[in-house]
Design a protein around this ligand. Structure first.
Ligand code: ZN
Length: 480
């Protein structure tokens, strides 16, 4: 790392015109010496950067995506089989400045700014200082910028990559900052904090209509899949839900586009009239939400949906090789741990065990409702009758053991680290019959994977801290 720091000092002191060449050669030498990366790759900084971000994904999730895609879809999982396999591969430690287990705001901030922050903070360090985000740096260099998510657009990850807040829950203020920053592409859920409390779905307390304000700034506003696919504007605001967008299992394709459709539309808008290139963040948040809920069936579909978006972005990268494509996540969610298990509790010997195999995957594939949606349907006071009907209809082949049924109806947890009710109990029902177990309803400390293809990819090699990821991005954008 000393070599690399020295290189950076050299870069800063070199004259601007010379900087790119010096940096390219020196970094290529440093990186090449360290990791044997091809020197040619580092000679030019990327013109465009696409960051595909699976919130809540770590190695176990990625491999589940690969395995289930191969067995059930009969197709490769592009993230593992192409990006991780052919690109540069690294791991990131994820801890925030005030603990060991991170939230999305702290991890996103570290990856966007290069600084550690406390859990809950959005690109503001513990001493109260706002630090430049990736999108702010990109904007300052004249690049076009885009943020796409299945969560609300003001959720922790897109916010941490572009804005600032002492606490991630300051939604209205975050939306105001988007209006000031004017990212050329902003897509996801969260129309509620764009509309005044009086309007349908609106929650703003200041009476403002921020959708109208975006329109006044020349944005094309799209509210459903058909409008998105027909969009031709260079600046697009897409709001497809009042709050989070739905899980794949529950999604109405006419109302809400897929992550891949949003990615294609974002690339189409951003690559118009972009002399200085662009930086695009695409997040699938449902991978994290499925982890919290311990919902293996929803996780599987979310991973496939994310991977379809990776396919779209990789195709763009193949046609525009001056693009750096990065696939990563911020932390692991749910302590996901597929494992062998007992068929019943009669004996613990090996002949009473099963391994999660193809039969178990097919059971997951037959589930037709997310655990989030089950909770909505059950309401505040779950009734046994409604529960049985939902299970019979949407979870074919599954049996709810009496202990779990009682916990659901009483709305009680069985452990200190399982707090999503009734999701976690239903997740345990699925686990007992498939082997897809979970260790918590929260986040864990697993390092996250970074896969990168394109100019600058070699910087992400090896075991690093998530702050180094942010520093690399700033470096690559500033060298451009
Ligand atoms: Zn989370």
């Amino acid at each position: 790392m000393r070599d690399r720091n020295l290189t950076l000092i050299l870069i800063r002191s070199a004259r601007k015109a010379l900087a790119a060449a010096v940096a390219g050669v020196a970094l290529a030498l440093a990186a090449g010496a360290l990791i044997g990366a091809p020197a040619a790759n580092a000679a030019q900084p990327p013109r465009n950067i696409i960051i595909l971000f699976a919130d809540g994904a770590a190695p176990t999730q990625w491999d589940f995506g690969r395995h289930s895609s191969k067995v059930l879809r009969g197709q490769p999982f592009v993230t593992t089989d192409i990006v991780f396999r052919q690109g540069t591969l690294g791991l990131l430690s994820t801890h925030p400045s005030n603990g060991y287990v991170t939230d999305s705001a702290a991890a996103g901030s570290a990856m966007s700014t290069g600084y550690k922050v406390n859990n809950g903070a959005v690109a503001i360090t513990p001493d109260g200082k706002p630090v430049p985000t990736v999108m702010e740096v990109a904007r300052a260099r004249g690049k076009r910028i885009g943020l796409v998510t299945t969560a609300t657009v003001y959720d922790a990850t897109p916010a941490a990559f572009s804005l600032h807040a002492k606490l991630r829950w300051q939604y209205q203020a975050l939306v105001d900052q988007y209006l000031a920053l004017e990212p050329e592409v902003l897509m996801g859920g969260g129309a509620d904090y764009f509309l005044p409390a009086g309007a349908p779905g609106g929650k703003r307390k200041d009476g403002k209509d921020v959708i109208a304000a975006f329109r006044a700034k020349g944005y094309q506003v799209v509210r459903n899949t058909a409008e998105l696919n027909a969009a031709t504007g260079a600046k697009v605001l897409g709001l497809f839900a009042d709050t989070d967008m739905d899980f794949e299992l529950d999604r109405d394709p006419a109302r809400q586009p897929t992550t891949a459709e949003m990615t294609a539309a974002a690339l189409k808008a951003l690559s118009q009239s972009s002399p200085n290139g662009f930086v695009l963040l695409v997040e699938n948040e449902n991978i994290d939400t499925a982890g919290h809920a311990n919902d293996a069936a929803s996780l599987m579909r979310a991973l496939w949906a994310f991977d379809d978006a990776v396919t779209v972005a990789l195709d763009f990268q193949r046609h525009s090789p001056d693009t750096l494509l990065i696939v990563t996540g911020d932390h692991e969610s749910g302590g996901f741990s597929p494992t062998e298990a007992l068929r019943d509790l009669s004996k613990v010997s090996w002949e009473n065990r099963f391994n999660p195999g193809e039969e178990q995957l097919r059971m997951l594939a037959r589930i037709t409702m997310s655990l989030n949606r089950v909770k909505e349907k059950l309401g505040r006071k779950p009734s046994g009758e409604v529960l049985d009907k939902l299970l019979a209809e949407h979870f074919p082949g599954f049996t709810l053991d009496p202990d779990l049924r009682e916990l659901i109806l009483r709305q009680q947890t069985r452990e200190h680290n399982f707090t999503y009710l009734p999701h976690n109990h239903l997740g345990r029902m699925v686990a007992r019959q498939t082997g897809y177990y979970w260790g918590t309803s929260g986040h864990t400390s697993q390092p996250v994977v970074v896969g990168a293809i394109g100019p600058g990819a070699e910087l992400f090699h090896g075991y690093q801290d998530n702050t180094e990821f942010g520093k690399h991005l700033h470096r690559l954008i500033l060298r451009d």
